[in-house]
Design a protein around this ligand. Structure first.
Ligand code: GLP
Length: 243
């Protein structure tokens, strides 16, 4: 628990930097990092860019997999997760573009695209550290309430609450928010060797309480991390209001 968003960002970014540096990634043995979008990781990405510019961190041998992407939103749309990731992180660091993996929400065959993504994660030997954020309803990636805790990467219809929450990025017009997304599954995240989740703000307090103080529950999919052997939640004081 840290006091506020900045402290949370400071903690998680130092953590990620140390994990990558201690791993000593090479071309043959890259560090495989799972990444989220949304407002939660913006401070983290800002700090990672700073560490890169200071010469404290290189992404030369880091391979990334993003959690999710909207279906049907053009890749260069300002709110696509492709745009988000390049804008906030990738264009500022020394990552090889071929090491960036983001689901293609415009693929001709969406199921095949999801299967390809899963296979790529498997072929590289799995994710070392998956960082996530959550929705106020406790979803991780786009694993909306009711998602199977065994789920894999797939097409998901967005919950009304998510469409409403994300409309802030689409001129507050829910009609502009895509109705579907591609998302890694809860099972995909759980298979990673470590999971770290950023949870900030009073609007996520109920979700945090459900996540760690109640049973594992498919209506609050982030609660699955209770079953993970190496899981970390970095939250601010506001998010602890219901604990
Ligand atoms: C979306 C994303 C999630 C993200 C959530 C919270 O639903 N698919 O991956 O965690 O938003 O976003 P924010 O961090 O802006 O609260």
């Amino acid at each position: 628990i840290r006091s506020d968003y900045n402290e949370v960002s400071e903690y998680i970014s130092t953590y990620v930097k140390n994990r990558i540096n201690e791993f000593k990634p090479t071309k043959e043995r890259p560090f495989v990092l799972g990444l989220p979008t949304g407002s939660s990781p913006i401070g983290l990405y800002k700090n990672l860019v700073k560490y890169h510019k200071n010469g404290e961190l290189s992404f030369k041998h880091v391979v990334t997999f993003n959690m999710d992407e909207y279906v049907g939103l053009p890749r260069d749309h300002p709110e696509s997760y492709h745009s988000f990731m390049w804008h906030h992180l990738f264009k500022h660091i020394d990552i090889e573009p071929r090491n960036v993996n983001i689901l293609d929400g415009n693929a001709e065959n969406l199921s095949e695209e999801c299967a390809r993504f899963e296979k790529k994660i498997k072929d590289i030997g799995g994710v070392e550290l998956f960082i996530g954020g959550i929705g106020p309803d406790g979803h991780i990636a786009f694993n909306e309430p009711g998602s199977s805790l065994m789920s894999r990467t797939r097409v998901k219809t967005l919950a009304y609450d998510t469409i409403l929450a994300n409309s802030r990025f689409f001129d507050n017009d829910i009609n502009k928010v895509p109705r579907m997304a591609l998302t890694v599954g809860v099972g995909t995240v759980m298979d990673s060797r470590e999971v770290a989740v950023i949870i900030t703000g009073a609007h996520k307090a109920l979700a945090l309480a459900k996540c760690i103080e109640e049973g594992v529950n498919h209506m609050f999919t982030v609660s699955a991390i209770q079953l993970h052997s190496k899981a970390l939640i970095v939250c601010d004081e506001d998010a602890t209001l219901e604990l």
